[in-house]
Design a protein around this ligand. Sequence first.
Ligand code: NAG
Ligand code: NAG
Ligand code: NAG
Ligand code: NAG
Ligand code: NAG
Length: 498
Amino acid sequence: MARIRGPISYKLRVVAIALVAAIFILYITLPDFGDGDSIFNKNASPKKGGSKIPWPRNQVQFPFERNGRIAGDKKKAEEVKAAMKRTFWKYRLGAWGADEIRPISGQTRTTRNGWAATIVDTLTTTAIMGLEEEFLLELNFTIHGIDFSNAIDLVDPFETTIRYLGALVSTVELIDAGVVPKALVSKLDRGAVLSQAVLLASKLAPGFNSPTGMIWPRINFTTNEGCREDLDQRPIPELDHATIGPARAGSNWLENKTLSKLTGNGEYERNATRSWKPLVWNKYVEEWPGLIDSPIDIMTGAPVDQHRSWGAGHDSYYEYLIKAHILAPNDPNSGKYRDRWVQAVESTMVNLMSWSTPGVGHEKGKLFLAQWRNGWLLNEMGHLACFAGGNFLLGGKYLGRKDIIQFGLDVIDACHETYVGSSTRIGPEYFSWMPANSAPNATYQPQHDGQREQLENLGYWITDARWMLRPETVESYFYAYRITGSKMYQDWAYDAFK
Ligand SMILES: *[C@@H]1O[C@H](CO)[C@@H](O)[C@H](O)[C@H]1NC(C)=O
Ligand SMILES: *[C@@H]1O[C@H](CO)[C@@H](O)[C@H](O)[C@H]1NC(C)=O
Ligand SMILES: *[C@@H]1O[C@H](CO)[C@@H](O)[C@H](O)[C@H]1NC(C)=O
Ligand SMILES: *[C@@H]1O[C@H](CO)[C@@H](O)[C@H](O)[C@H]1NC(C)=O
Ligand SMILES: *[C@@H]1O[C@H](CO)[C@@H](O)[C@H](O)[C@H]1NC(C)=O
């Protein structure tokens, strides 16, 4: 059967290769997460007179220092930084100001409205790595070189929020937190970065102008109106109304919360809360509580198909629920966000988790995340969904749920398996397995001898062998390392980096 994977832009969650490097660096170099404000250091004690939601007792991060060791590995960290530096200067000399550079030909590409996606998206990477010269060049360009009020092409609010807006507000936060040395950035420049974020958010605002408050798939910056995708990219062509997956409606909240905090304007947060309301307070039947049927008609809020997944088009709605709960414990909806996340995870453990058939070297099988579509259990998982292992770990640890922690570790183990099974030791975009409990009836079966061989030797087979600068698996290793303290995950990340 045909796969619904959404338009290509759904899948490109991250363009810059440097982000992968950033994750490695974070993971390898920092002995601890910043200051006492970080959720990773936040300890048990409930705040005096604070929220009614009980503060979990669990410290999320493994107590490296208390156990007499630090997390860093200087030599590997330097190697990662060197790779970032080299990439930066290739781009600086050959493609400065372009969205992307083609790594082999050195040609440029305009894929993100021509606002220098690579520069903005890597601001936080150069900041965290302490690459001061590179950071300042990027900062200057971000302030003086980009006009966010003009766009090449229609603007995709989802991709724009997670890349540009996310990066801009994160950069301000890193400056405020002192990760970027105070002497390096003037108050004026900090303000200028924030102004860019505010300008961009104001241009995106019409995207939320729909009867449900759910965001339009695209925005026309000339007419300042929401609109549908290009006709040839429509997920469901016969439908008159625009439709979106949960990720689009649900991936504005963290950025908006932060923008409201930084500007003192609560409207950003209110708009983003309205945008994911139809999901969080879903009035349509959920056969599996917490798991949203998709795509959704933005005019009515009604699902037009039954696709349930942690992958492309769905992923960050679930991701943001638990992070919203953690980021905003005093928000009146904080408990609701937590409960919706727990519901979704529990339904996933019952309905979507799928052990693969055992084989040599994998006697227990591996735990993959399947998808559901119109009565079919799809035994295929995408690289994007590998973020879920880390997300389960974060929430499981934060809420003290041993079962969810184990679930997360098992998913991470399966994603790791797809990395080490390839000759490059980085993992594929899509892969399939035989579900241990219903193998003969599995929706997907290996199609040719190559795939049958993979199934026999690896316990899964590859259905799309590309690696599209995906950071999700390594991101999950990062959580696993920080939460369990096990060096094994550090080694796994370094293995992929090499
Ligand atoms: C800052 O950016 C502007 C616009 O791109 C450029 O003209 C100027 O040379 C840059 N300054 C530095 C110090 O890089
Ligand atoms: C925006 O809308 C105007 C007016 O309908 C149209 O001429 C233009 O082509 C649209 N822009 C894009 C990038 O599609
Ligand atoms: C916040 O939401 C507003 C409108 O709801 C939108 O214009 C903006 O892109 C969002 N901002 C961020 C930083 O996500
Ligand atoms: C909030 O959304 C409305 C559209 O519903 C928009 O007009 C307004 O500008 C948005 N506010 C902000 C601060 O983006
Ligand atoms: C396969 O599907 C058939 C028909 O739905 C069912 O009777 C049978 O039990 C299924 N087999 C397995 C192993 O799930």
